[in-house]
Design a protein around this ligand. Structure first.
Ligand code: FRU
Length: 608
């Protein structure tokens, strides 16, 4: 009896001791080993939640006046706080808010649960600080202001603005709580962040999809409404519609959702209005079947399945995701072709994620892929690096442009890269084109979007001609702004077996790029590029075909704080790779096996 009393008194005392340490305006009640209530009446704007990345997610039902308003998953801190994430209380102002937290930590006792550092560190605040704390945050690539990001999606252009949505976790820097984050830009260079556009709802979290401007009001939601189709990812995947009357700032969910259901996994709807057939077209990734499904609709609500493409074709080693379908002219001809983008993961060219595509024809119902001279369908790749995935294009881009952007990472290690406050950037925006190569086949090209020239600052090197041979020639790289720069050059390697361009850092770190004019290849070795040990899949050599036969290529390199993008031979090949050097590369050293000539070597500092 005595023992019992003592126990009661000490746990009451402990509870009040803990309450005293919880922030003002926040009340914490432990209900058992894995269940805790956090209460507040939501006066300041944010409840800041402490995160420890190595922990399991806790499931938090947010109860507002006793009803579940949201469910979020947060890696609440146990022994140390890596960073805070903001839960926005403003929609619930003046109401009682309870976070019903269920942790997955399997504690033995309530005392253990009470010891978690998160309870005393939860705080109320009017602000959330997004000032950058990361040395690897890019200077000129789009990133979320904080939190995890994967696929860019739902991009559309309207009234002079480029809208970019992205797969976002607003509650941590690892994948979870998929929400459509939103940024917009007038110039594809400077991005403004907006509040989340579409949040998880009763049908599930919000996976990738697309937007289109409904110019004729076919959906009955008004002329010029922005219509979004996305995947609702609940227990299963289904397709849902949302619409916006304020140019994509806020969306309303269509009450008739879901608009497409199937009996197997399918996602990432990509739609466009086909002026020739007068119908909406939609491509949906039938992910585990390794194929794309083609639907039509008069109004974006009723969809009819017309055909499929892909079974047994192209790379088949991973799931098919994030399709895109568009028509482009073949450079220098009157010919036009359709391009079907099929992102695939794993099974990409250098392991993990990759962008494969097919060229062919499309009659509004069926896609027919081109065959090569042997009558086979080739597997083609849009990027020859490891870090360009889920690339899709903007709908309604001006002047017939096919402007696209990818997620600059790879599912193999995206969650392990050495950043914390945010994780992942997007690639530079690029213009997709088509060209016929010397093998007679049509391929897609990627050139940096013209707006990127506005990034150029001081021209720090301008060399008309340089001869290079065995003796290494060193070119100093800019030091301003952490060395972010653009390098241009033309290489004439007709009298060389190879030309080597090496970016060198202080402590022997380097990226070695080699142009082989005999094999017509360009390779990129990042095995000693800096921090590489966070994943066995990160150290790698990637190789691109240069699509030329005369020993000459031009190159355009964009070097940011943690990425290098190479555009070669007028964009006929491109290569996107992440790098994490301890300090910015200082020197570009150039050498050749044989004699090579470099011309128009230009190095620009780039603005932040
Ligand atoms: C591709 C992908 C998509 C899905 C999204 C979820 O990276 O797997 O298929 O919609 O990510 O975040």
């Amino acid at each position: 009896m005595k023992t019992f009393k003592t126990t009661v008194i000490s746990s009451v005392m402990m509870a009040s001791a803990l309450l005293a340490t919880a922030a003002e305006g926040v009340q914490v009640d432990h209900l058992g080993v894995n269940n805790t209530l956090v209460r507040t009446d939501g006066a300041p704007r944010y409840l800041l939640l402490p995160v420890q990345e190595g922990n399991e997610d806790a499931r938090i039902n947010v109860l507002v006046d006793g009803k579940v308003a949201e469910t979020i998953y947060v890696r609440l801190a146990k022994s140390k706080v890596d960073y805070m994430v903001p839960f926005d209380l403003s929609p619930y102002n003046g109401h009682k808010v309870i976070l019903d937290v269920v942790s997955a930590q399997n504690r033995a006792t309530v005392r253990e649960a009470k010891n978690d550092v998160c309870w005393s560190r939860i705080e109320l605040s009017d602000t959330f600080d997004t000032a950058n704390r990361e040395k690897y945050r890019p200077a000129f690539h789009h990133t979320p202001s904080y939190g995890w990001m994967n696929d860019p999606n739902g991009m559309f252009y309207k009234d002079g603005e480029w809208h970019l949505y992205y797969q976002w976790n607003p509650f941590g820097s690892k994948w979870q709580n998929m929400t459509w984050g939103h940024s917009s830009s007038k110039d594809l260079v400077n991005w403004t962040h907006h509040p989340a556009a579409i949040k998880p709802n009763g049908l599930g979290t919000v996976f990738s999809g697309s937007c289109a401007v409904d110019v004729d009001g076919t959906a009955g939601l008004g002329k010029d409404a922005v219509i979004a189709l996305y995947t609702s990812a609940g227990t299963s995947q289904m397709q849902s519609l949302a619409w916006s009357k304020d140019n994509g700032r806020t969306f309303e969910l269509y009450p008739g959702n879901p608009v497409i259901t199937l009996e197997s996994e399918a996602r990432d709807p990509n739609m466009f209005f086909n002026r020739e057939t007068g119908e909406w077209n939609l491509v949906l990734a039938h992910s585990l079947e390794h194929e794309m499904l083609f639907f039509t609709s008069p109004d974006m609500k009723e969809w009819t399945l017309r055909s499929s493409f892909g079974k047994g074709e192209g790379a088949q080693d991973g799931v098919w995701e994030c399709p895109d379908l568009f028509r482009l002219p073949v450079a220098g001809t009157d010919e036009e072709k359709w391009v079907l983008i099929c992102n695939i993961n794993p099974g990409g060219l250098f392991g993990g994620s990759g962008i494969q595509y097919f060229t062919g024809s499309f009659d509004g119902r069926t896609f027919t892929a081109d065959t090569n001279q042997e009558g086979k369908i080739d597997t083609k790749w849009l990027d020859f690096g490891k870090d360009n995935y889920a690339l899709v294009s903007w709908s309604d881009a001006p002047d017939g442009r096919r402007t696209a952007i990818g997620w600059m990472s790879n599912w193999q290690y995206a969650a392990e890269v050495p950043t914390m406050q945010y994780r992942s950037a997007n690639t530079l925006p690029r213009e997709i084109g088509l060209f016929r190569a010397t093998d007679g086949e049509v391929y897609a090209s990627s050139v940096p979007s013209p707006e990127l020239e506005s990034l150029r600052g001081k021209l720090v090197r301008n060399e008309r001609r340089m001869s290079v041979g065995k003796k290494v020639r060193d070119i100093a790289l800019p030091t301003a702004g952490d060395g972010v720069c653009e390098i241009l050059m033309t290489i004439d390697a007709r009298k060389a077996k190879s030309v080597t361009l090496r970016l060198e850092g202080e402590t022997g770190e380097n990226v070695t790029m080699t142009y082989d004019p005999v094999a017509s290849t360009f390779s990129f070795d990042r095995r000693e590029s800096g921090i590489v040990d966070f994943s066995d899949d990160f150290p790698a050599v990637t190789v691109a075909p240069t699509f030329e036969k005369d020993g000459r290529i031009d190159l355009r390199l964009f070097i940011d704080r943690s990425s290098i993008e190479v555009f070669g031979n007028g964009g006929r090949f491109s290569m996107t790779n992440l790098v994490f050097p301890a300090s910015p590369y200082k020197t570009l050293s150039v050498s050749a096996d044989g004699n090579a000539r470099l011309s128009d070597v230009k190095i620009y500092e780039l603005k932040n």
